[in-house]
Design a protein around this ligand. Structure first.
Ligand code: GLY
Ligand code: MN
Ligand code: MN
Length: 465
């Protein structure tokens, strides 16, 4: 069931499960529907923020015709598509989020004064059309009500026009142009108050999802694929209270915790092991959280697990203490890595001293146990601002309004012969979401227990405070 089939049904290549529409259907389907009087909505809260972002883009590209595409549906198999996810820059510049119409384009038409900006999208077809009843991809009979041009114009406070009125030109600057792609990525480095509120919302829902996980641990421990039990309860929370997950949940128990992107999640959850859960809810606005907690399945850490855990916590706290406006983003990472190098050297794991390991050229021996970075920007994308220049990102300076993770870890793989046997198979990461303010960093996820004693009390209680 996919496309128009009334006139062309005889020629359609796939007719094995399609029935032609008989004349009686065609003569009656367009009539008998109630009018849809439309009362235009007030502009949504993000509309004013999106307008301010568009003004910055306009000022940066005078005289250029800019075309920002939302993107199109992507086929999953034959007539089944993946859920639609609009381009992050498009969402940022329009305020449209999960409700974006596929194939929309935001056009900046140059004028003497700047740009005229128009959002083109495929308006709903009325009930006299074939699309209405026979197009399973966009027809309202199939997918439900779609918005009108006037409705979207009021909702997003932007001029709208029908997609058919849009014509591309060879002169257009699009997101395939590196300069525009970089500009719209760097435009997201500092979040406005709407964005910070939405990230807070995503973190709050994620916290509830972690509560659900805590309560599900006993059940997970009885299931052959307990990691999926954990993934599943988080998914339920993400879908019920948000749009879904901002990335695939990592539910990694025992030695799986050492595989940094373990998303197979098909392992058992065994009492005595730690389970590392890296999960983040994406709000309906598309802003996402990105949080990791490492939990003892039985409810209490063993001595060796506690030693590893408290070292990672020490690294996280050192990174947090280093973060303040004016400090380079990389210095946050360096603060965490200094702790990791010091402790792994003390434990006799390194063939060199901590100082030698921290040497920028000859060092890095400790990175075997924490190969990833400590921080990344967070926003509409979990790894936000990915096309920003290095001097604006890793070598850039922290400013109020930036939102980023702090997520050190220690991972001793099950077959790593450089560590004592008692450490093998232990993986710990602690990941929090931080907003920088003029007064210093604020940990948005501080309410999700992160010390050994708070986690043990959390599991005993089954809920945060
Ligand atoms: N969940 C991916 C990351 O922590 O960066
Ligand atoms: Mn992260
Ligand atoms: Mn993460």
């Amino acid at each position: 069931m996919s496309t128009a089939e009334n006139e062309t049904i005889e020629e359609a290549p796939v007719t094995n499960r399609k029935q032609p529409f008989p004349r009686g259907f065609l003569e009656t389907i367009s009539t008998g529907w109630a009018d849809r009087p439309e009362s235009l909505p007030a502009a949504r809260p993000q509309a004013a923020f999106a307008a301010a972002r568009r003004a910055k883009v306009s000022a940066a590209f005078p005289g250029k015709r800019l075309v920002i595409e939302a993107g199109s549906l992507k086929q999953r198999s034959n007539d089944t598509d993946y859920p639609f996810r609009t381009h992050s820059a498009f969402a940022h510049l329009t305020g449209w989020a999960t409700d974006t119409e596929p194939d929309s384009v935001l056009v900046f038409e140059p004028t003497d004064a700047g740009h005229d900006i128009t959002l083109y999208f495929r308006e709903r077809a009325d009930r006299t059309t074939t699309e209405f009843y026979a197009d399973a991809t966009v027809g309202e009979f199939w997918i439900g009500p779609r918005p009108s041009l006037a409705g979207v114009s009021a909702d997003l406070a932007v001029a709208t026009d029908h997609l058919a009125a849009f014509a591309a030109s060879d002169e257009d600057v699009t997101l395939a142009d590196a300069e525009l792609e970089r500009f719209v990525s760097e435009l997201r480095l500092v979040k406005d108050e709407y964005e910070i509120a939405e990230i807070r919302r995503a973190v709050e829902i994620t916290a509830r999802g972690f509560d659900d996980i805590i309560r599900a641990l006993p059940d997970a421990a009885t299931h052959a694929r307990g990691e999926r039990v954990v993934e599943g309860v988080f998914h339920r929370r993400a879908r019920e209270d948000g749009n879904g997950e901002g990335y695939d949940t990592i539910s990694a128990s025992g030695p799986h915790a050492c595989y940094l992107h373990w998303t197979r999640n098909d392992g058992a959850v065994i009492p005595g092991d730690l389970i590392l859960v890296d999960a983040g809810v994406e709000a309906d606005s598309l802003y996402t959280a990105d949080i990791t907690r490492t939990l003892p399945v039985s409810g209490t850490f063993s001595d060796v697990q506690r030693r590893v855990y408290e070292t990672v916590l020490e690294a996280a706290d050192a990174a947090f203490a280093a973060a303040r406006p004016g400090v380079k983003f990389r210095e946050v990472h360096e603060a965490a890595m200094t702790v990791i190098a010091k402790r792994t050297a003390e434990w006799g794991l390194l063939p060199v001293t901590a100082e030698e390991a921290l040497d920028a050229d000859a060092g890095g021996q400790h990175r075997r146990y924490m190969v990833h970075g400590t921080s990344h920007h967070l926003g509409i994308d979990v790894h936000d601002c990915a096309q920003a220049r290095r001097e604006m990102y890793y070598d850039g300076v922290l400013e109020p309004g930036m939102v980023f993770t702090i997520e050190p870890g220690l991972y001793f793989q099950i077959d790593d012969l450089t560590v004592p046997e008692e450490l093998r198979g232990i993986g710990v990461r602690i990941e929090d979401d931080i907003v920088m303010t003029a007064d210093g960093p604020v940990n948005l996820s501080a309410d999700i227990p992160r010390t050994v004693s708070d986690i043990e009390a959390w599991i005993a209680r089954g809920l945060r405070v």
